[in-house]
Design a binder for this molecule. Sequence first.
Ligand code: BG6
Length: 255
Amino acid sequence: GFMRELKGIDVMELELKHQLGIKKVIIVPGDSDESPMVKSELGKASAACMKKLFQGENIIAVTGGSTMAAVAEWLSPEASGKELLFVPARGGVGEDVQNQANTICSNMAQNTHSRHRVFYVPDQVSTEIYDSLIKEPGIHEVLELIRSANMVLHGIGDAMTMAERRKTNPDILEKLGNGKAAGEAFGYYFSEAGEIVHKVVTIGLQLEDLEKIQNVIAVAGGTSKAKAIRAYMKQAPPSTIFITDEGAANNLLNQ
Ligand code: BG6
């Protein structure tokens, strides 16, 4: 309504933080559905937020997606001798190379002059293969790093958009439809009520691990993602810092 439009962004940030029950909300002007520049601004705000939270030594677990790619663009070398190590949060969730966490971690490391690890784990392998994979020294090492991460940076996607992007098979698509999947994060699909409808089987960070991680930063914007954000936020840890745009924020606040 009219009053809503008169509200400043700082008021919206506080209202949204209370509505979602999380630690902090940062809103950038505009709607990333309408302009790629707004997605870039999301990236800029996220990079600034990360910088403030960096400590002496940092292990940062990162998911994939175009929003995470936008964050990578804005990261720059740390002047004060802080150590950064970027690791993919989860194994293969079936994305194109430019959207993969491996690629994004590599770009983040390059832009900050720091280190990263790659994590190549295929989707949908048998339990036996998984059991032997996690014993592989290279994979075991990355899993240990993920477990000791002090920061998680992740995107949130619209459930059906993500299912299509991952070329999900018809059985699973049906499962997502029947369960009214609305949002997706970390390979977990959530209904609007916040129930887990489906989970992509892979190793790495699991939803329950988020509770133990000091800084959890979720980045997602655009009016079209409001439903997805609402769904995921029902499960998000209270320590979450959420970075979004006006498009998504207006929609979330006007429900
Ligand atoms: C994927 C992540 O790579 O990106 C998902 O695995 C996330 O968990 C998605 O939902 C978000 O993508 P985008 O392009 O909308 O930032």
